[in-house]
Write a protein that binds this ligand. Sequence first.
Ligand code: WTA
Length: 569
Amino acid sequence: MKVEIYKATDQHANMPNYDEAQENLSWDEVEKAFSWYDTGKINMAYETIDRHVHDGYGDKIALHYKLDDDIQSYTFKEMMENSNKAANVLKDIGVKKGDRVFIFMARSPELYFTLLGALKIGAIVGPLFEAFMEKAVKDRLENSEASTIITTSELVGRVPVDELPDLQHVVVVGDQVDEDQINFRELYQDASDEFDIEWLDKEDGLILHYTSGSTGQPKGVLHVQEAMVQQYISGKYVLDLKEDDIYWCTADPGWVTGTSYGIFAPWLNRTTNVVVGGRFSPESWYDALEKLKVTVWYSAPTAFRMLMGASDDIIEKYDLSSLRHVLSVGEPLNPEVVKWGMDVYKLRIHDTWWMTETGAHMIVNFPSLDIKAGSMGKPLPGVEATIIDDQGNELPPNRMGNLALKKGWPAMMREIWKNKPKYDSYFIGDWYISGDSAYKDEEGYFWFQGRVDDVIMTAGERVGPFEIESKLVEHEAVQEAGVIGKPDPIRGEIVKAFIALREGYEPTDELKEEIRVFVKNGLAAHAAPREIEFKDSLPKTRSGKIMRRVLKAWELDLPAGDLSSMDDN
Ligand code: WTA
């Protein structure tokens, strides 16, 4: 297949040369940008917000929040004061350094105030998607022994307080607050806008993102303060953030992209950051780009494919001339999407590859490099990546294997919450094993091939089949269930469930719909199977584990491979 090459333009002329940066970048040097270089102590909320106020940039806009036709803007000074107030509210009710504080809210300015406020106390923040239903909320709070949840009147009903013995504080942002809950807005009104930040060590906790694997419940990936070093430099080099940029990352903070690159990277670089509330539509997104004069835009292949599917008349209605740099993350970026980007935006879409566990960019289309459409690009300067076989041997160019990263980059996760064996299982010697398969070409460009495990990537969301299967078997009609990702032209993959029914249940379309709604209401909308197929029984190993590999082979009409461990009764 012919590879399209898109040359680097002088757009990014002031970017470092890739080879020089890769050779010279030293994390110890980058660290000097932050206060621990002088004081030995650090706090992400200080480095993202307060520092800029002290440096004389208090009046610069830090946040534009847009919801439909309403735009609210806050300067760095206002962000500092609002997050100080939030920190005072949380501290007064008893939140302490190291506590796990979950934030379960739709995107709003208050989400950002409370998140920064919790960080100022030294708490570890656990952001949750607004779409989560009761079981998803419970599993995460329970596993992390969270002390506090900050949520809204609309969502608080999904927090099963009685089943969470460690949960001490239920903070509600909204107008309807029960007696046994803490009324955030009431306390906030009277809270002081000054706060003594808790100074932390580089290795103190920052954020806990729950993410899915192929087995077991979602796991808590813990990042620490030091992550800022890499988030800052990738913001500068890869997002190419400059003094006058207006930057919009479309991801929700429930996903690591929405924190590392929706909060930390832009504000560490003192950039004006855009947050858009409400739902996706081509019109609402283009309206945000136009009205806020966005210059740097970070989104995902699913969104680009949906925009690509919208009619040309729509895009012609908007003035997108402010845009100068576009990036993508989360799934393979198809060459035809890159081509479309060149046609409609007259800009290259820069792919970036990384994971919740890596905390920041790992392999990127570095702005000063040529782009080979379909390739993720090269390792971020300072990062060493390679392809290894299952024994840990490095493979030569063009051989497919495990995409692996040399341990020790600053934003690397430090722990899987309360699960040391799981954490250890990520490593072979000094190599972190990503779970993705890829190859590297002779010029050092990496090409994504697929997941090694059964993790499903649907519309950019990473969903674990196990969590959905567990929910499915809670339904009274379901005997057993196996879940796979089925390739889909827009969403990358969709969730498909194979289900064997209990005796006495008829395989009807109504039942399919009922089961779908059951998962949607019990777990999360994006986890609900878009397709369900009933089977008399499911293929299982002798130990009773459902063989998703066989289900996938059924779906794709492929040979099922080695079935030696399959149960034959
Ligand atoms: C996939 C996302 C192809 C990959 C920040 C990875 C990608 C998983 C890309 C992590 C990309 C992410 N090209 N695949 N540019 N970026 N992935 O933890 O399978 O939600 O292992 O973090 O997404 O997903 P996660």
